[in-house]
Design a protein around this ligand. Structure first.
Ligand code: MMA
Ligand code: CA
Length: 278
């Protein structure tokens, strides 16, 4: 028994699983078998194996049986050991393959990470570039609009005086249509605030609508920007139209006091004013 057990331990030396198997179920199984057999032999209760055998012969039979059993166990264990060794080698190969694969994936992951960082940097740069271009585009658009306005001003025969540009119309319209024309040009009918402006407008020697009206309340003259007229340059006797003359014009231009009130529906030349600054 001891020898057989030791033998098994040698075989299973490198495999813990195998050794546990031998120590527990297999070993117990052998113990049971042997003890049962020995019980039968010693009590001699008429079993066919012991009949007609001397004690020495019985020992031999028992030993043979034991030997055969152990040999069979040993062979089974050897087979099991070989199978496990093969499995172990397969697992080792599989493990090595997986390790290689893992390393490859790690390299691949790191490369992708680097690439991602580069793309992110590139993206951020592009965003910055786009924003700069957007700002530049907006600046250029503003510039273009300013130039376009200046060009229009040049083409429209605007005359600069003090802080404003002035344009005398080439056609005649009613006061309201004249007002609309000025608005379309980003201007308004002329508002006269200072003596210099009054003298300036007289220099055109033309009857011209200006931005003055008392349409809302008769006798309460207002400029087109909504401010009340305070300083006036009415010609003597003007305004005299009452409810029938509600719009102001420059008419008696040879006199500093050149204003007249006239019916708003009459078609006249007009003068627009566009403030340059402030
Ligand atoms: C026209 C008309 C009036 C103005 C007088 C001045 C005849 O009417 O323009 O508005 O007051 O002339 O004489
Ligand atoms: Ca009048």
């Amino acid at each position: 028994m001891d020898q057989a057990y030791m033998g098994m331990e040698e075989i299973s030396g490198s495999n813990i699983k195998l050794r546990r198997l031998v120590e527990t179920s297999e070993d117990n199984y052998i113990d049971d078998e042997v003890s049962q057999t020995v019980q039968c032999e010693t009590t001699g209760l008429g079993l066919p194996v012991t009949q007609g055998k001397s004690p020495g012969e019985m020992d031999t039979v028992l030993l043979h049986r034991l030997y055969n059993n152990l040999t069979s166990e040993r062979n089974q264990l050897l087979t099991s050991y070989n199978n496990l060794t093969t499995k172990r080698e397969q697992l080792l190969t599989s493990y090595n393959n997986l390790t290689t694969k893992r390393e490859q994936l790690l390299t691949s992951y790191n490369n992708l990470k680097t690439e991602k960082d580069q793309l992110l940097t590139s993206y951020n740069n592009k965003v910055k570039e786009r924003d700069q271009l957007q700002t530049r585009f907006e600046d250029m658009t503003k510039n273009r609009d300013n130039l376009q306005r200046k060009l229009q001003d040049c083409q429209g025969n605007w005359v600069a005086f003090s802080d404003s540009l002035y344009q005398v119309s080439l056609e005649k319209k009613s006061w309201e249509e004249s007002r609309q024309d000025c608005l379309q040009k980003g201007a308004h009918l002329m508002i006269i605030n200072r003596r210099e402006e009054q003298n300036f407008v007289n220099q055109f020697k033309k009857s011209l609508w200006i931005g003055l009206t008392d349409s809302e309340t008769d006798g309460r003259w207002k400029w087109v920007d909504g401010t009340r007229m305070t300083t006036s340059y009415w010609n003597s006797g003007e305004p005299n139209g009452g409810r029938s003359e509600n719009c102001g014009e420059v008419r008696f231009y040879d006199s500093e006091n050149s204003w007249n009130d006239a019916p708003c529906s009459i078609e006249k030349f007009w003068i627009c004013e566009k403030r340059v600054s402030p």
